[in-house]
Design a protein around this ligand. Structure first.
Ligand code: ADP
Ligand code: MG
Length: 238
């Protein structure tokens, strides 16, 4: 069976600088994969390539079919960024309904209805008429997650979703991610919060210098650290 998403010999260069060095990775349906590694190791570049947001050499597939650009990935791969990227001039409800309406071409009434239901499920219904600037960072990020979820993507990719949040608000976002993991969502989470990852991820990938250096189940990787660089990295972030 094809992996849900897979990269084969993925190479990314900026000018003559190689940022991804022939990365191979497979993510199966239901996997929740944490990507960790030092700053500059290529984590964001990797997930951006997986989401079709960058040009690259090599092959990335979704259910066996090549992802060439953002268009082929649109609606199938949800992205959540550190900086939320909500539309400041739209209410919460419109932020969530908008991509469903415009990308999936669902009429306005049904889009708003679906957005409302989703916000209720995520206990965000009280915020639906507010503008993003009036929300806490945790609420903003959960609205961004709702906006990804409404598309019914096959996978959601988070790039450091809690890096700009206080620990308490980060916790709230990780609770949401854990809840989605418990409900079988396939997800990739780039993060430094190893302690949170232990609660919801089943796999972990450690990157360095544009390579995947260690990967495996959470237990195997975190309890059996033969890689001295991973050991050093974990001592620094935990
Ligand atoms: P990480 O997310 O692990 O911190 P990135 O994927 O953001 O790492 O970056 C990996 C390397 O690629 C870094 O050295 C960074 O400076 C470089 N890089 C990222 N984006 C660009 C870009 N648009 N142009 C040039 N270099 C880039
Ligand atoms: Mg990054």
């Amino acid at each position: 069976m094809d992996a849900l998403i897979a990269a084969k010999e993925l190479v990314k260069k900026y000018g003559d600088k190689t940022v991804l060095n022939g990365v191979n990775v497979k993510i199966d349906k239901g996997d929740v994969v944490a990507i960790i590694g030092p700053s500059g190791s290529g984590k964001s570049t990797l997930v951006r390539c997986l989401a079709g947001l960058e040009k690259y050499d090599g092959l990335v597939t979704l259910n066996g079919a090549p992802i060439m650009d953002a268009k082929t990935a649109k609606g199938k791969i949800g992205m959540v960024f550190q900086s939320f990227n909500l539309f400041p001039h739209y209410t919460v409800l419109k932020n969530v309904a908008y991509p469903y309406h415009t990308i999936k071409k669902i009429n306005k009434t049904d889009s708003l209805r679906k957005a409302k239901t989703l916000l209720e499920k995520m206990h965000l219904e009280d915020t639906q008429n507010q503008y993003p600037s009036t929300l806490s960072g945790g609420q903003k990020q959960r609205v961004a997650i709702a906006r990804a979820l409404i598309m019914e993507p096959e996978i959601i990719i988070y790039d450091e979703p809690t890096s700009s949040l206080d620990p308490e608000l980060a916790y709230e976002v990780f609770e949401t991610i854990k809840n989605l993991a418990d409900n079988g969502y396939t997800m990739i989470v780039v993060t430094h919060q190893i302690s949170a990852v232990r609660h919801f991820a089943n796999k972990i990938v450690f990157m360095e210098h544009g390579n995947i250096c260690v990967e495996g189940s959470i237990e195997n990787v975190l309890n059996n650290m033969n890689n001295p660089n991973l050991k050093k990295f974990l001592e620094r972030v935990e």
